[in-house]
Every structure is written in C-alpha cells, then in structure tokens.
Design a protein around this ligand. Structure first.
Ligand code: SF4
Length: 120
C-alpha cells in the first residue's frame, strides 16, 4: 500500500479503471505531455491533437460513456499510453486538492476500490 504524508488514505491500484471514467471528469495534458504522447503513438503533433485533444488543446477527448479515450477494458483495466500518461494520472489519488475539498475526497474514496481510508 502506498501512502503520502498528510493524506487520509492508503492506495494500492486494483486496476478497476474507475479513475479513468469519472462522469464530468477530464484529463488535462500539458504541451510537453502532448508532445510525448504523440511521439509514443508515432503521430505528428497535429495528428495527435486532431484525434485525441479537445479543441482547447489542453484536455484529452472522451471515449464512450465519459471514459478516457485511452482506457483499455479487460478483467484488469489498462492505459494505452501508460508509459507517458499525464502527471495528473500518475498522481492519482494523491491530488493536493483532495486535502482541501471534502467533496472531492468523498468522490475519490467512492470511486476507487484501491483507496483505503485510514481514519476508520
Ligand atoms: S491517460 Fe491513461 S491513466 Fe490517464 S485517464 Fe486516460 S486511461 Fe487513465
């Protein structure tokens, strides 16, 4: 189980894929991340942006049913760009805003079967 100082839960990924399919959620990508993902997929930056980025160029498009376009189904969910996934995905569920937003903390704990509250 992974822990980080100050966070009220421990975490061990159960490969549910739930964190990649939160209704209303989105995956923000920086310009550097977009460049790295495009290279990983052997796409030009323009082709990557056209296929996988929202018009604002800062978020991934959604796949079916609010799912991330790179989420792969299976008994264990996977990420098609795991080696170059965005920082926000790497940091889940230890997002700083979870510490200041009780609603987001509840959402994280409800969404992710790998999150285990430490306070009972
Ligand atoms: S980029 Fe990968 S890790 Fe991030 S939300 Fe999409 S499928 Fe999940």
């Amino acid at each position: 189980m992974e822990r980080q100082a100050g966070f009220p839960f421990a975490f061990a990924c159960r490969r549910s894929g739930n964190c990649c399919a939160i209704p209303g959620g989105f995956v923000r990508v920086t310009a550097a991340e977009a460049t790295a993902i495009a290279a990983h997929l052997a796409l030009s930056p323009a082709a990557f942006a056209s296929r996988y980025l929202q018009p604002d160029g800062q978020r991934l498009k959604e796949g079916l049913g609010h799912r991330c376009v790179f989420l792969q189904d299976g008994a264990e969910a996977g990420c098609a760009i795991y080696a170059v996934r965005p920082a926000k995905c790497r940091a889940w569920p230890f997002w700083p805003e979870v510490l200041t937003d009780p609603g987001l903390r509840r959402l994280v704990e409800r969404t992710c079967p790998g999150v285990v509250p430490l306070d009972g």
